[in-house]
Design a binder for this molecule. Sequence first.
Ligand code: PFF
Length: 457
Amino acid sequence: MEKREKFSSRLGFILISAGCAVGLGNVWRFPYITGKYGGAAFVLIYLIFLVILGLPIMIMEFSVGRASQKSAARSFHVLEPKGTKWHIESYFAMAGNYLLMMFYTTVGGWMIAYVFKNISGEFTGLSPEEVGGVFNGMLAQPVYMTVWMVITVLLSFFICSLGLQNGVERITKIMMGFLFVILIILCIRSVTLDGAIEGLKFYLVPDFGKIAEYGIFEVVFAAMGQSFFTLSLGIGAMAIFGSYLSKERTLTGESISICCLDTLVAIMAGLVIFPACFAFGVDPGEGPGLVFVTLPNIFNQMAGGRIFGTLFFVFMSFAALSSIIAVFENIISFSRDLFGWERKKAVLVNLIAIILLSMPCVLGFNVFSSFAPLGAGTTIQDLEDFIVSNNLLPLGSLVYLLFCTSRYGWGWKNFIKEADTGKGVKFPKWARFYVSYILPFIVLFIFVMGYVQKFSR
Ligand code: PFF
C-alpha cells in the first residue's frame, strides 16, 4: 500500500475545501432561492442554520476523515466498533458523490459553454426572448450538451490525474484566487449601476412579509437544505480532505474559515446579481433560469456587457469546476481505498463511468423530456437533485452526527479528541448536549419536511 498523500500547505487544504463548498450552490442556487423567498429575511435564516447546523457537521466529517485516514468508502469500517453496521453509510455516501456528479457536470458544461457564447458575442443585439431562446435551444441539443459535459469531465479528471498536490491543490488554489478577484470586480460593477440601491435594499433589508406568504416552514426548510448543499455535507465529500490533513490544527478552527469563505462567496454573488436585476428592472425570483437567461439579458444592456458577461461566466465556471474536481478526487479515492488502484487507473475508469452516468441528465432535457419523474415539467436532473439534496445529504449528515455522538458509534470522546487535536479553536464542550440531542431532530425534521412539501402539492 502506498503512503497516503498529504496537502502541501494549510492554505491548500482550506482553499480546496472551500473550493468544494463554493459551487453552483453559492452562485446559482443561493441567489435564485433568495430571490424567491424575498431576500434579506431568508438570508438571515440561512446564516443561522450555517452556524447551528452546518458548522458542527462539517467538523464531524473532517474528524472522521482525519482519524480514519480513509475516504468515506472505508472510514466507517475503520472507526466503527466491531460488529456494528455503520459502514452501510459508505455505500450511500459513494452513491451520493456519483449521483451529484451525474447532474453537476451538465450544469458545469453549460457554464463553460456560456463563457464561449459571451466571448463570441452570440448574445449581442438579441431581444430578451431570443436570449431565452439560446438557453432553450441549448437544452434541445443533446450532442452540443454532451460535448460540453465531456469537456468538463475531461478537464477536471485531467487535473486530478496530476496528483493531490500537483493537480488538485495547485490548480484549485489558482482558480479560487481568480474567482475572488473576478467576484470583487463584478461586485463593484454591479453596486455602482444606476438604480442598484433598490436591489441592495431587497437583498439586505429583511422583509418578513414574503416569509409569511410562503409559510415559515417552507422558508426554514429551504434555508436548511441550502446550508447542507452549500457546505457539501452528508456524503463524505468534505471528510476526504480531512484524511489528507496533518494534525497541526484543530478542526473547528479550520471549519470556521471554510464556512466563512463559502458564505462570503454566496453573499457576494448576491451582491452581483440583485443590484443588477433591479437596475435593469428584471425579477430576481425567476428561478433556475436566472443565471442563463436573465443575466445575459442584463449584460446585453450594460456598457461593456460582453466583457462583464464573459467574466461572470468564467467566475461561474471556476466555482463549478472547483467543486467537480473536489468530488472527483473523492471518487478517485474510493476506488483507491477499495481496490488499491493507482491514481491513474482510478482516473481512467471513473472518467468513463462519469461520462456515461452523466448522459441521462443530458438526455433528460431533450430525447427523454417526456419523462417527468417528479411531476409535470420536471426532468431527470430534478430527480437526481432530489435524491441527493433531499435524501442523501440530510440522512448522511444524520449518520455522521450520530456516529460522532453516540456511544454505539465512534463516540463523543474519540470525536472530540480528534477535532481538538492541534492548535486553534476547540469544539465547545457545552455544545455536546445540543449536538447529541437537539441537532439530530432538527436534521430529521428537515428530511421529513422535504417530503411533505414535495408531495403535498
Ligand atoms: N457545495 C457545492 C455547491 O455549493 O455547489 C455542492 C456540493 C458539492 C454538494 C459536494 C455536496 C457535495 F458533496
